[in-house]
Write a protein that binds this ligand. Structure first.
Ligand SMILES: [Zn+2]
Length: 278
């Protein structure tokens, strides 16, 4: 099995929204904001190549939104989905499986491209798109609070293309890749666990956006059920420490991966490193 980090560029989001009830005077020391209170976040995806199977996990914000929308998120950085796939030696046509942790636009915007005025088609024409049942049902009937994150042009064309596969159960998705569902951030967020060289690498998505979010109260204001996030985090962290999981961080601009350890104050970051160091 080969793993490739696929950087798709960065976006800026309000630091207060990202750190929830934690005061800026505290989080700003670990994850500094700019003069507009915005912090810079990566959209770091992962390509898993195992024989003929080429699995991409999440795909960033894409490039089909209008300028006004994209400007609002201050896209920055030189990396794009296409450039990073090419650098790894692949194209969008090579991808056999597109695994989406959830359907917020910064995770799935690269799924679909424009095919003309108000027309859309899958960016990965040979891929099956895997989405959890809980997330599909949640995102296709969005609540008012999350509606701005679920863009219909990212979602319905997947079903219309016939390339959608709903994941009903936790467990093995492919040999070497298991998934589990978490409901605090959004319903049915699907987290992949990858077995690699005797280690388990967990693609954290929005269950843990960055290493700065490790202490328990650091829960995003975006989460629909923050108390469920707390339970999910606690249970997952206990398992991650016991089994020495490597956490792959999608949104952390400064750290690609981290491990955790138990301390007197609760779980904390043990080490940070890049995936290539494993
Ligand atoms: Zn999200």
């Amino acid at each position: 099995m080969e793993l490739h980090v696929i950087e798709t560029g960065n976006l800026k989001l309000d630091g207060g929204a990202m750190f929830g009830v934690v005061p800026k005077s505290i989080w700003n020391k670990n994850y500094p904001a700019d003069e507009n209170n915005l912090c810079n976040w990566s959209m770091r995806c992962l390509l898993v190549v195992d024989g003929d199977r080429k699995v991409l996990i999440d795909n960033g914000i894409g490039d089909k939104q209008n300028e006004k929308f994209l400007k609002h998120y201050y896209l920055n950085g030189d990396d794009t989905l296409q450039k990073s796939l090419e650098k790894a030696g692949y194209t969008t046509d090579d991808i056999t499986d597109m695994v989406l942790t959830h359907l917020h636009f910064d995770h799935c915007g690269g799924s679909i491209v424009k095919a003309g005025e108000d027309q859309y088609k899958p960016a990965f024409k040979n891929a099956t798109y895997w989405i959890s049942k809980g997330q599909w049902e949640w995102a296709t009937k969005p609540n008012r609070r999350e509606k701005a994150s679920f863009l219909k042009e990212n979602i319905f064309p997947i079903r219309e293309s016939g390339q959608l596969k709903i994941v009903e159960n936790e467990g093995a998705l492919f040999p070497g890749i298991d998934v589990k569902f978490y409901n605090g951030h959004t319903d049915g967020q699907m987290i992949p666990f990858i077995k690699y060289n005797g280690k388990t690498i967990v693609f954290m998505a929005d269950l843990l956006p960055s290493a700065a979010h490790v202490p328990m109260p650091y829960v995003m204001a975006y989460d629909t059920r923050p108390l469920v996030t707390l339970q999910d985090k606690e249970k997952f962290f206990t398992e991650a420490i016991e089994k020495e999981y490597i956490l792959f961080l999608e949104h952390d601009l400064y750290n690609e991966c981290c491990t955790l350890e138990e301390t007197e104050k609760g779980p904390r970051v043990k080490e940070t490193f890049s995936l290539s160091e494993i």
